[in-house]
Design a protein around this ligand. Structure first.
Ligand SMILES: C[S@@+](CC[C@H](N)C(=O)[O-])C[C@H]1O[C@@H](n2cnc3c(N)ncnc32)[C@H](O)[C@@H]1O
Length: 273
């Protein structure tokens, strides 16, 4: 009988675009393609929207754009192009990015963590090919005895309070392989001029957060003060480059980019200094 890795090997020789098409076409109602039954099933439209703010073809395009741009930079900065590289998705949600990772490495090398139990349940119940675990919001270690070549966090640092983000970066440093790199996304100042994902903010909140961003390089509004009284440590966040250079000590910013599709998620590439 074919192993899961052998099943993936059948499709990793396709172009990334074709691979993406197969991986994201899995719908619970699609029972007519037994050859591909090893692939993860897609989560409902409501869950796509809840975790990522988009769904369907838009979600697939955004995911593909981020992943392909991230690997372009990672290879450019020395990520080995082989199937042994170890990858960690920090704040993996229901695993939309993880689903594309078998294109870049063997499935045993793919890991994901998230503090929301439902996220990890959705990865495991929907067959996402990764080792996934629940972590604390501010954990004291990455719960795998593995050195990672690439750690990424998409749409995660965009919601973190400063000390939670710094703690995650400190843990990344311990968990990276000698030439490993990190990619996180952050939001720019312009984010506050639109409509934050936490819901409408008052003129007074907008003024205050812009002042905070402009004077400290970091702006934050907790969902607790904004959207449905959520957790105090999670909300909408902006960071300037100067802030990152000053406060994310021990890291060099080795690259930056932005996809055509999601302008408010700026990719920041980091290596230990
Ligand atoms: C906007 S979703 C993005 C999910 C996934 N990265 C994606 O792009 O599909 C943010 C994710 O971060 C997780 N999260 C919340 N607090 C976190 C924390 N302190 N550390 C890491 N992840 C966190 C949430 O549970 C959620 O799955």
């Amino acid at each position: 009988m074919e192993t899961l890795q052998q099943s993936y090997d059948r499709i990793t020789k396709l172009s990334l675009r074709e691979f993406r098409k197969l991986v994201f076409q899995r719908d619970p109602s699609l029972k007519n393609k037994p050859n591909y039954s090893f692939l993860p099933t897609m989560v409902s439209k409501e869950r796509q929207l809840k975790w990522t703010g988009c769904e369907g073809p838009t979600l697939v395009k955004n995911t593909y754009d981020f992943v392909s741009l991230m690997f372009l930079h990672a290879y450019r900065h020395g990520l080995p192009n082989n199937r042994d590289i170890k990858i960690l998705d920090y704040g993996c949600g229901w695993g939309r990015m993880l689903r594309l990772m078998p294109y870049f490495t063997n499935i045993d090398n793919i890991y994901g963590v998230d503090p929301t139990v439902k996220s990890v349940d959705l990865c495991q119940d929907y067959n996402v090919p990764a080792h996934t675990k629940v972590i604390d919001e501010k954990p004291d270690r990455i719960p795998f005895d593995v050195k990672f070549d690439l750690i990424y966090a998409y749409s995660v640092f965009t919601h973190m309070r400063d000390h939670i983000a710094k703690n995650a970066l400190d843990l990344f440093k311990d968990a990276l392989s000698p030439n490993g790199m990190v990619c996180v996304t952050v939001r720019p100042r312009a984010y506050w001029l639109g409509r934050p994902s936490g819901g409408n903010i008052s003129q007074d909140q907008r003024k205050k957060v812009l002042e905070q961003h402009d004077s400290t390089g970091y702006g934050f509004i907790s969902y607790h003060d904004n959207k449905h009284g959520g957790p105090t440590e999670w909300g909408d966040t902006t960071f300037t480059l100067d802030y990152m250079r000053k406060h994310w000590t021990g890291w060099d910013i080795v690259g930056m980019d932005v996809t055509d599709t999601v302008s408010m998620q700026r990719l920041i590439f980091l290596k230990p200094s």
